[in-house]
Design a protein around this ligand. Structure first.
Ligand code: NOJ
Length: 558
């Protein structure tokens, strides 16, 4: 058995360590296949750690890698203390953890405790009313009118028990009864299990939903999907329960990152500050709604002003009080170039998007494939998509629309676009596997792939490296204050970071056309130095910005 060196990581884990970390999110099934069975795994991860290190990454967040029937690709866990056999073993996990630590890379696990899989032993016992599991889940004789966020109603009848169980997500994801102290004890023990092994913290899945309103009152009658969100988001005991979990994480100086759909900055502040502080960072959703209403399925043209308003709201509200999660992609959203950038200006918009968020205040997360500019897939029919949420939206929302329009909605919104295998080379199966890949590979792998971009100094990949390196060298970019200029400008996103005697100005054009910029006040005079640009040979003095051009300037106060 691999020796567990995990606790060594603990010694060097100082308070606030995560503020200087750049995380990379691995959705393992599609990351890299190391054993040739067509499925990404921990052997593949092990081999790619140097690649991540070279990119400047010093943290990994693993989306769930536990045993799971994969109704929701790992977010339906059937055993919290093991590794899915598709991905390896606990021993292989330890190898990855130890190698990651030796390269200075921290490792976060996904803690999914709002629900389990219906195949988890607890649920199987609970169905049979076997103690102590009888009340581990939320059982009722009669359902209320809540909808599931993924499919149909939120209640499913269980023949064996003769009652309905609550599932806010798919039928195969029954919600745990967090009001039961035994369930909370289980959660604390799961946390200890992984922390003792040496992991550095958790991303906590839909953690804002764990406490349901007493009596489970009905939700709104004619609203699909989120009709009862006010009865389970930020529920009555959520902060009390999270305080119990916080105590464990604090013992280890482990980081806790909270996720909750539709978290507003006001509700996030409750988790991040004061007596109710239970998280180091909260994942914001606001800036991911700049081209849609509530869900990407209900899409709208991209609005830069909307995007900027959301980012600035979080930047200014958290300033000096807490810390942001910075991200543009994860496994729940389509690819960002296809959304906020342009596939026609693929390299230009991919690099600009990197710059627009990597210099904000907070901890950046890069999602697998984002660093090479992977884009959305377009499959021929709904039957070719595999994501439960995409299928649920298609079957439930705007069903009166013509088929072509509905399929278009799936194209622009599906989580499957973020879940195609990472494109490593232009060779067979994009270098992802030597076997038969478990899911479609985006046909553009012949030109969008790691190998092609690695030696090109102007590739998206090289640009991510440059941005990450610059960020790491500069206290100003890490800790400086944030101020936005021209918030209502529809083409430019411009912000500064200021600390001591140094100012940085970040200018990003979101336009497909040339745009002329009038420099904001403090930058009109004085010595401006261009430190980074996404077009080769940029003359920083020129006021005209080419399509999706992005520049970083530095100015020292005299
Ligand atoms: C949020 C996760 O990110 C998503 O992938 C999952 O489907 C839901 N929570 C339910 O666990």
């Amino acid at each position: 058995m691999e020796e567990n060196q995990g606790r060594q990581g603990l010694k060097s884990r100082r308070k606030g360590w995560f503020k200087e970390t750049v995380f990379y999110q691995i959705w393992i099934r599609s990351f890299a296949d190391g054993n040739g069975d067509g499925i990404g795994d921990l052997y593949g991860v092990y081999d790619k750690l140097e690649y991540l290190h070279d990119l400047g990454i010093d943290g990994i967040w693993f989306s769930p890698i536990y045993p799971s029937p994969n109704a929701d690709f790992g977010y339906d866990i059937s055993d919290y203390r093991n590794i899915h056999p598709d991905y390896g073993t606990l021993e292989q996990f330890l190898k990855v953890l130890n190698k990651a630590h030796s390269l200075g890379i921290r490792v976060l696990m996904d803690l999914v405790v709002n629900h389990t899989s219906d195949e988890h032993m607890w649920f199987q016992m609970s169905r049979r009313r076997i103690a102590p599991y009888t009340d581990y889940y939320i059982w009722r004789d009669e359902p209320n009118n809540w909808d599931s966020l993924f499919e149909g109603k939120a209640w499913e009848y269980d023949e064996l028990r003769g009652q309905y169980y609550l599932h806010l997500f798919s039928k195969k994801q029954p919600d745990l009864n967090m009001d039961n102290p035994k369930v909370r004890q289980e959660v604390r023990e799961i946390m200890r299990f992984w922390l003792d092994m040496g992991v550095d913290g958790f991303r906590e899945d839909v953690i804002t939903f764990i406490s349901k309103r007493e009596g489970l009152p009905d939700g709104l009658p004619f609203v699909p999907a989120a009709n009862a969100i006010m009865h389970y988001k930020d529920g009555p005991h959520v902060h009390e329960y999270l305080r119990e979990f916080r105590r464990i994480a604090e013992e280890y100086n482990a980081v806790q990152i909270g996720e909750g759909p539709m978290t507003t900055v006001q509700s996030a502040m409750q988790y991040l500050t004061g007596d109710t502080k239970s998280m180091d960072m909260m994942i914001s959703f606001d800036h991911m709604l700049a081209d849609c209403i509530y869900t990407e399925y209900l899409h709208l043209p991209f609005s830069l002003v909307r995007f900027k308003r959301a980012v600035s709201r979080w930047q200014t509200t958290l300033a000096g009080k807490s810390w942001n999660v910075l991200y543009l992609e994860n496994h729940d959203h389509p690819r960002i170039i296809s959304r906020y950038g342009s596939e026609d200006y693929w390299r230009e918009s991919g690099t600009m998007l990197a710059m627009c968020y990597l210099f904000l205040q907070g901890t950046p997360f890069v999602y697998q494939g984002q660093e090479i500019g992977m884009t959305n897939i377009r499959l021929d029919s709904i039957a070719d998509y595999i994501d439960v949420q995409s299928k649920g939206n298609y079957e439930r929302l705007l069903t009166f629309e013509p088929e072509e329009k509905r399929l278009h909605r799936v194209h622009v919104s599906s989580r499957d676009s973020a879940r195609t295998p990472v494109q490593w080379t232009a060779g067979k199966n994009a270098g992802f596997t030597t076997g038969e890949p478990w899911f479609v590979i985006n046909p553009n792998y012949t030109h969008i792939n790691v190998a092609a971009e690695q030696d090109d100094p102007w590739s998206i990949l090289s640009f991510y490296k440059k941005c990450i390196a610059l960020r790491k060298r500069s206290k100003t970019l890490l800790y400086g204050s944030y101020r936005e200029f021209y918030p209502n400008d529809p083409h430019f996103y411009i912000y500064e970071r200021v600390h001591d005697k140094t100012r940085y100005l970040i200018v990003c054009s979101f336009s497909e056309h040339e745009q002329v910029l009038t420099m904001p006040e403090p930058y009109c005079s004085g010595k401006l130095q261009l430190v980074l640009a996404n077009y080769p040979g940029t003359n920083g003095a020129l006021p005209t910005f080419r399509p999706y051009e992005a520049r970083v300037y530095r100015m020292r106060k005299t």
